[in-house]
Design a protein around this ligand. Structure first.
Ligand SMILES: [Zn+2]
Length: 437
């Protein structure tokens, strides 16, 4: 790292500072879960359409023994749920919606990754449903991600691949990177909101299955509910007050010359439209005991699912979230903002599922967490650049239209919370104030 990449106001980032400033409303004292690799800095799912840079994060809860709510819930799932009963509930639900003539009776949103593969496959071949699979395309497909989508389709499914307008998607992704350091946000919004709006347009499909309830990752409110809470995917406000990429829709339209149609695929369904449509949004993970590694074996055996040829940047894993070249940067930004990189996420899930021990997880975190994602850097930077060929006049609205390493480093430093990082003047490098042990 060269000297120009030092913090601009280095006082905030001194090692011996007593009470470092805290960004994003995060807890000022960092604590790690005694059972997994999550810390109390981990935000739990929020309504992305209300997210701006000043939004105070709601974070993962911990009990008085220092155990995070994701681990507590995982334990309850092992011991307290009557899975046979829930399986019967799922059968009943399917009986209610199943079509008699093979026409679509449910939607399974997914990428063709291991989880969506298992969801669609079991619904079709075990519960006799007729799913339409819907994919919100990644920013930039990896070769193996594209192959997995094809394998999914060829294992017996109709698939609707929706690819948002590339120019607008690039613009929103760049703005999300600049404004909230969250390049995946427009993708996440589309992935969450589009299938529901699409079902409402089709009119005759009333059932949508998502996979895991967020509860797995520490979101407590849906633990005992089979339905996805409506406030996560519908809104009562005016469209212009919703947010994408940290900006109000009104502002986006005015400043970047966009219209409602351009932003429509990203925005949640209105409350009225949702109620009229009578769509039921369910979590399959409520009914079936979800186990990521078994999903991997299942999808490989039944559908030719393949892993990435190399481990994902920032982690030891190669079978989760492997279809999008931008994903590496998503996890790099969480590492900068919250001190939680991709290994911390992957290891926490593997520990809870009994795949690895906590100490193995901690060693993996030390080895891989926060690794800078070199492999797709040039492609991703090109994607994030506001080039003159595609964007023409819009280029003038950006002080730094060309996205390069130095610009990214400056952004990185802008979003580092001083309570998580300090700058070591001797090593001329950024160091985490609190490391997992
Ligand atoms: Zn935990």
């Amino acid at each position: 790292m060269n000297d120009s990449l030092k913090p601009k106001s280095s006082n905030k980032y001194k090692f011996d500072i007593k009470r470092p400033t805290t960004f994003y409303g995060l807890p000022s004292v960092v604590k790690f879960c005694k059972k997994c690799t999550y810390s109390n800095q981990k935000p739990i799912s929020e309504k992305e359409f209300e997210h701006k840079v000043a939004t105070k994060k709601t974070v993962l809860g911990f009990n008085h023994q220092g155990i995070c709510s994701a681990c507590i819930i995982a334990e309850k799932k092992k011991n307290m749920i009557d899975w046979k009963k829930r399986y019967t509930e799922l059968k009943k639900l399917c009986d209610k919606y199943r079509s008699r003539n093979g026409s679509y009776d449910c939607i399974v949103p997914g990428s063709g990754g291991k989880d969506s593969f298992v969801q669609a496959y079991r619904l079709k071949y075990e519960f006799g449903m007729n799913p339409l699979t819907i994919t919100w395309a990644p920013h930039i497909y990896t070769d193996w991600g594209w192959k997995n989508l094809q394998s999914w389709i060829h294992s017996g499914f109709d698939n609707y691949l929706f690819t948002p307008n590339g120019k607008i998607h690039r613009l929103l992704t760049r703005l999300a990177m600049d404004n909230i350091f969250h390049p995946f946000q427009p993708f996440i919004m589309g992935q969450n909101h589009f299938p529901i709006k699409f079902a409402a347009k089709l009119k005759n499909i009333k059932l949508i299955f998502y996979g895991d309830p967020n509860v797995e990752y520490g979101n407590p409110d849906s633990f005992n509910s089979s339905s996805k809470p409506q406030h996560y995917f519908s809104y009562k406000k005016k469209e212009n007050d919703l947010k994408i990429s940290g900006l109000n829709v009104k502002e986006l339209k005015k400043k970047y010359n966009l219209n409602s149609g351009d932003l429509e695929p990203y925005l949640p369904i209105s409350h009225n439209e949702l109620n009229k449509s009578k769509i039921d949004v369910k979590y399959l993970g409520y009914y079936l005991n979800w186990h990521p590694q078994s999903c991997y074996y299942f999808a490989s055996e039944k559908g030719n699912f393949t892993t990435s040829p190399q481990r994902n940047a920032g982690t030891y894993q190669k079978y989760t979230g492997i279809d999008d070249k931008v994903d590496d940067f998503h996890y790099y930004t969480t590492f900068i903002k919250f001190g939680i990189g991709r290994t911390s996420y992957d290891a926490a899930i593997d520990i809870r599922n009994g795949e690895i021990t906590r100490s193995e997880g901690v060693n993996l975190v030390k080895k891989f967490d926060g690794e800078y994602p070199v492999r797709f850097q040039s492609e991703v930077f090109k994607y994030l650049s506001i080039d003159s060929l595609v964007f023409k006049k819009l280029r003038k609205k950006f002080k730094y239209p060309d996205f390069n390493f130095e610009y990214f480093q400056n952004l990185t430093n802008k979003f580092r919370s001083p309570h998580i990082w300090y700058y070591d003047l001797n090593k001329r490098n950024w160091i985490l104030r609190n490391k997992i042990i």
